[in-house]
Design a protein around this ligand. Structure first.
Ligand SMILES: Nc1ncnc2c1ncn2[C@@H]1O[C@H](COP(=O)(O)OP(=O)(O)OP(=O)(O)O)[C@@H](O)[C@H]1O
Ligand SMILES: [Mg+2]
Length: 254
């Protein structure tokens, strides 16, 4: 049986810098896998490869046994994989609701052409999209902020909004790049609770995370990346307790 998500032999260089070096791992369906490793280990780069934002020099990515090689980011979202960005990429001057609406997939017949010639159907479709967006905002705990502009939301609320946008795509595998970074403990707990809830609803999550407390609390499995290569994979207890990995991660600072 093939793995749910499988990465094999991926190499990628930026000029002379080899960011991914024979990178390979697999994750199973369901659960939360945390991708950890020091700054510059290649975590964001492998996200970019999986989601089609970067073409690797060599290697393959397969999802549910289907190769994703050469697909566009949009096609990969349609295949069921969506990702968030380390620097949120929200529309600061639009409302929270509009930000989610923009992430909803277009349905058949929803075209600018249709808006000209079928105004009533278009208005109906618009109401439906708004309803879907409000439901997603409610799901992440932002219902009360729907009409507020993103620039007026707290950083924690903006992080939750990026997750609502991921959910809007309908993807089953969610790749989150540091969803908890920069958050104070209240907002951190809220994000962790949401990630666990999504797991309970059947989503599979691959999460880049630096905070070991977060990793311990949410991860079913931890993957340790170092210099673009998977160094270890195991339970949070196994990985966090490994002195050799701690030395690499913290450079002996502990
Ligand atoms: N577009 C780019 N051009 C040149 N070098 C890049 C580019 N993107 C990443 N790199 C380099 O590739 C290496 C891996 O970067 P990457 O962003 O994947 O690391 P990371 O594990 O996500 O680190 P962090 O924990 O700091 O987010 C780093 O040395 C980085 O400087
Ligand atoms: Mg990164």
């Amino acid at each position: 049986m093939s793995a749910y998500l499988e990465i094999a032999g991926v190499n990628h260089s930026f000029g002379g810098l080899q960011a991914l070096n024979d990178c390979g791992f697999a994750i199973a369906e369901g659960g939360i896998a945390c991708l950890v490793g020091p700054n510059g280990a290649g975590k964001t780069t492998i996200f970019n490869v999986i989601t089609g934002f970067l073409r690797p020099d060599t290697g393959h990515v397969a999802f549910r046994g289907r190769p994703l090689d050469g697909l566009t980011p949009q096609a990969i979202v349609r295949a069921g994989i969506a990702r968030s960005f380390q620097n949120l990429r929200l529309f600061a001057d639009l409302t929270a609701c509009d930000n989610v609406m923009l992430a909803l997939p277009e349905r058949a017949g929803e075209t600018p052409f249709g808006a000209l010639f079928r105004p009533f159907a278009t208005a109906r479709a618009d109401r439906r999209r708004r309803g879907d967006a409000l439901q997603l905002l409610d799901h992440v705990g932002l219902a009360a902020r729907a009409a507020d502009r993103v620039r007026n939301l707290s950083y924690g609320e903006q992080k939750l909004l990026t997750i609502a946008r991921l959910l809007a795509t309908g993807a089953e595998l969610l790749l989150l790049d540091e969803p908890a970074s920069g958050l104070a403990s209240g907002a951190l707990d809220q994000v962790m609770a949401l990630l666990r809830r999504l797991r309970g609803e059947g989503k599979t999550l691959l999460v880049v995370e630096h905070n070991t407390r977060v990793v311990q609390q949410i991860a079913d499995e931890v993957l340790f990346l170092h210099q673009g290569h998977l160094l270890a994979q195991g339970s949070p207890a196994q990985i966090i307790a490994d002195p050799a990995l701690a030395e690499i991660y913290f450079g002996g600072a502990l």
